[in-house]
Design a protein around this ligand. Structure first.
Ligand SMILES: [Zn+2]
Length: 215
């Protein structure tokens, strides 16, 4: 959420960041009065916001189910076309980082919904090849072999054009780097990833998901 209650007054996440930065100040949800905490204050990929604590029952707590805003007027149309044409590549790149873990079409759908909710598709300058890595970095947790990880991209990923970037797998709780968890990503990585293993039924599912989200 973009607002919370502090000392009986509404505060936006921007005001909070300006006034308190990384200082810990207790704020509350304006709907359920539960305590909340600021999230992604310094991230460039994720819109900063207030989060409920884990297992919150509040209707506005995420990511139980993302409420997809269909504000399609601002959406980057060229990007959408590219996404549609490269669904298999986007999917395969995400799957690569899930290793042997199950990664179903529905998981992919949730990632797209999260990105939608965070206005990723309105960015004027995103190349389609960057999308799977953005999707990964938006996940708060990825469970692989019963351990929880996050993926962190170098923070000039969307700002500066380079040939290669690093994406790093870190432990979700401590943020420590995982041994051998550094990957170089590039346009080549995206376009050369093997998609032949994706059966036509799955491709059809991906297209359906795309249409559900963006139409
Ligand atoms: Zn709440």
């Amino acid at each position: 959420m973009q607002t919370a209650i502090l000392n009986h007054q509404k505060i936006t996440i921007e005001e909070y960041a300006k006034r308190y930065g990384s200082k810990k100040v207790v704020v509350f949800c304006e709907f359920c009065n539960e305590e909340m905490f600021p999230f992604a204050l310094n991230s460039i990929c994720v819109r900063a916001r207030f989060h409920h604590k884990k297992h919150s029952k509040c209707l506005y707590a995420k990511p139980a189910k993302y409420i997809v805003k269909k504000n399609s007027s601002k959406i980057n149309k060229a990007l959408l076309q590219d996404i549609k044409e490269n669904l298999n590549h986007i999917y395969a790149c995400c799957k690569f980082f899930f290793r042997d873990e199950r990664f179903l079409a529905i998981d992919f759908k949730e990632m797209l919904e999260i990105a939608f909710e965070r206005d990723i598709f309105t960015f004027a300058k995103i190349d389609v090849w960057k999308l799977p890595f953005i999707l990964l970095s938006l996940l708060e947790k990825v469970k692989i072999n019963n351990k929880e990880y996050r993926f962190v991209i170098e923070n000039d990923f969307l700002k500066i054009e380079r040939e290669k970037y690093k994406i790093v797998k870190v432990f979700a709780d401590s943020g420590r780097n995982v041994n051998g968890g550094e990957f170089l990503i590039s346009k080549d990585f995206f376009y050369k990833i093997d998609t032949n293993w994706i059966p036509p039924e799955l491709t059809n599912k991906l297209i359906k998901i795309f249409e559900e989200i963006f139409n």
